[in-house]
Design a protein around this ligand. Sequence first.
Ligand code: GLU
Length: 315
Amino acid sequence: MKTHIEKSHFNQATYRGRFAPSPSGELHFGSLLAAMASYADARHCKGHWLLRIDDIDQARVVAGSDRHILTTLEQCGFQWDESVSYQSQCLIQYQEALEELKQAKLTYPCSCSRKQIKAACATLTNKEGIYPGTCRNQSTQFSATIKNSDKSHAIRIKVPAHDISFIDRIQHNYSQNLSRDVGDFIIYRRDNVFSYQLSVVVDDFHSGISHIVRGYDLLDSTPKQIYLQQQLAYPLPHYAHIPLAVTKENLKLSKLSQAKKVDCSLQTLVLAANFLGQKHLNHKDFDNKDDFWRYLVTHWDINKVPKMENQVIMV
Ligand code: GLU
């Protein structure tokens, strides 16, 4: 269990980065990129680098894959600070944050099924399927009935109508209007799981994370996370979203696209560093992996990481 940090004790002058894989399979090239970019950036800035296993959604956990991921990272030459944390051991913290949002009257229970939301969106010609706020507009008595009923319900957070903007260290300006583009989003699922958005924000705060470097696929989650940080009065971390490795068919490297397990060779590490724009490295220039990491950490330049969304790579 992580120790509780008072909000005012957060010191943003200290760089604390992290890599947070979901234990749903082996470490593939796409996750290696996120691990490498977050690691090199943290070490280049003389910061700490932490590991967290994002196992909040137990239904997606593949038994033993956390051990495989840690072993693969070790074999690649990553070294992390502090003990590895597991989301499944932090439920009390998520509950506290949820209570805080409830107390602030920012949440409401929602009993809408996917089918009902689809039908409501169809009548509103809301093609994106953005939640139209059906349960938000119900009476307090209705909310109490949902809460007290046996039927499970989700908890949504009310979102504002203004834009949430931030400057990404790689992708530059990014802005989203949560009300228009997202709708009130779920922070506690009807299957009794804290949502990804809430758990990540709470974890990053409790671990004192100051810099987040992760895949481009999470760029559009960031305004939701910033909104939660603002409501919980957490400091805002700096963000950098690296381009994704995709297959020729434009599929993100993941289990779905049959991505292979990372082989931990010097060649693969060099390929990843080149993909991250730290060109033009050749594995023949390095004696071994230690030599490679020393070079990468010293010469790491986040400004060289390509801004583009996708790069096609087959591994
Ligand atoms: N666990 C998430 C994933 O594997 C990453 C979470 C994050 O970096 O915010 O996609």
